[in-house]
Design a binder for this molecule. Sequence first.
Ligand SMILES: C[S@@+](CC[C@H](N)C(=O)[O-])C[C@H]1O[C@@H](n2cnc3c(N)ncnc32)[C@H](O)[C@@H]1O
Length: 386
Amino acid sequence: MTGVSSDSAPAESLRTALVQQLVATGTIRDERVAAAFAAVPRHLFVPQASLDIAYADDVVLMKQNEAGVVTSSVSQPSIVALMLQQAAIRPGDRVLEIGSGGYNAALMRELAGPHGAVTSVDIDPEVTDRARESLDEAGYGDVAVVRADGAFGVPERAPYDRIVVTVTAWDIASAWMQQLRPGGRIVVPLRLRGQTRAIAFDLVGDHLESRSTTVCGFVSMQGAGADYERLVPLQEGGLTFDEDQEGEPHPQYDVLTLPAEQTWSGVEVHREEPLLDLYLWLASKLPGYCVLSGEEWSWVAAVATADSLAYLTSRSGRDEAHVELGCRGHGPHASQLIGHMLDQVQSWDAKHRRGPAFQVHASNAVLPPGFHIARRHSYITVTWEE
Ligand SMILES: C[S@@+](CC[C@H](N)C(=O)[O-])C[C@H]1O[C@@H](n2cnc3c(N)ncnc32)[C@H](O)[C@@H]1O
């Protein structure tokens, strides 16, 4: 783009270094995405940050609420790059971004080019004001910035070839499917059973089919699409259930103080291996699935009944790089829960490590076989290849 008045040689060299780093780590694999990153002056979108911070591969926090929870940020470059590659924006595309900051919208404008159109919507007027100013200063005056609840899309500028959601969502809003062109793509950080992955879905007929996933974390959606999780406090932590698990029982407050049992699975995983797929497999197979968190457990797959709780644990494996998975439980039905959980750990290890695929159907549709998660506007179906 032209018209960048506030760029500088130090900013340009830090930007070049960031692009080189993202290419060297294999994060950026698409030349057009590399060119967009090289063109957009990120420091103009985070004016409070030093140049070093602006060009580090890190999120820049922009706003917190009264409780200290971050409500807005300019996202981490590597996550932005991965999601833009998932989105595969082509020259001439009409693109909708949900959750503004300005930076990602400018990158999208680079990718969609002068014959495309980029619209960015944010629920927070402070964010839209800042995004508007930064986009103008950086020379992206033709990106439209709209203040509205993104759960309703931006119908007046639809249809879109691409929708990129940059805030954690629990559901695929009906408006997003309606405003997407046939064959269009939506990339959305979807939170399912306590875990978030950016999933690229293509609109195929009347439903969405997943094409790729990236592990990520974003601030939570506010407005009409908020609050899909329920936290059940325990003496030493808490259990998180999704909204659709409303009827599922949970044990008493002091369950973790009851005598513990523990069994090992014989299944080893690499210490660094993200276990999201295993957790989702357990969620799809075990009634009472929830996530245990607390000082001792940052985020652990668990299964609960009205009087017992079991959760995944680990111990040293065959070498320093590996751990063996096991299960620990408390309460009168602990050994039963442990047995069920370990059976599923072994089944995942033997047959399902290739990971899940996802489909999204409207709430009134006939659903394909699979594990269905009911949301307010859609059903998310998870299937597993053997
Ligand atoms: C991670 S930030 C977006 C980062 C941005 N895309 C960038 O360029 O780095 C997430 C944004 O989503 C916004 N947000 C939260 N709920 C929203 C909603 N329902 N509709 C639109 N924006 C929302 C927040 O105000 C916040 O600014």
